[in-house]
Design a protein around this ligand. Structure first.
Ligand SMILES: [Cu+2]
Length: 159
């Protein structure tokens, strides 16, 4: 730019706004690239699938865990569009996976009515989906639990 200032020709000063614009466009591109990198980091935490395991436990009767994480009745996860959640029910009672709100998810075999039954849910649209399960009666008599049965809830955010 120093040489432009040393030789102030009319046509070269006319270039200035163009050059300035070009720099602005370049820095916008840099920002856009940074945004894309940020987006891909964000989508790394919003995966394209997960597993959800329902188990029996004495306190609260049942709980569930995502991807081998902590068992707790209320879970949430972020997915990219097209992600599939695989649910396995190892509880001593049936659970039917039920959608409460959000865009319609594709549920396959939601009635998990034997030990080890598997359901899948596929998320085709962006939005916030809410689920619970409807628990049935124990498969066998004499199962003892402490406290009221947990109500399992799952919130799924899809980008
Ligand atoms: Cu249970």
């Amino acid at each position: 730019m120093g040489s432009v200032l040393e030789r102030p020709k009319v046509n070269e000063t006319a270039k200035e706004p163009y050059m300035a614009r070009k720099r602005t466009i370049l820095s916008l591109l840099t920002l856009a690239t940074a945004a894309l990198v940020t987006a891909s980091i964000a989508s790394a935490s919003s995966s394209n699938g997960a597993t959800l395991l329902i188990r029996h436990q004495t306190r609260g009767c049942h709980s569930w865990a995502l991807n081998g994480g902590a068992f707790k009745p209320n879970q949430s996860i972020s997915f990219v569009r097209g992600a599939t959640l695989t649910i396995t029910n190892t509880d001593v009672m049936p659970h039917t996976f039920v959608q409460l709100s959000g865009p319609s998810a594709l549920l396959k075999h939601p009635a998990m009515s034997r030990m080890g039954a598997v359901a899948t849910v596929t998320f085709g649209k962006s939005g916030t989906y809410r689920f619970t399960t409807k628990a049935g009666e124990d498969y066998m008599a004499g199962v003892k639990t402490i406290g009221p049965d947990n109500i399992l809830t799952l919130v799924v955010h899809v980008r």
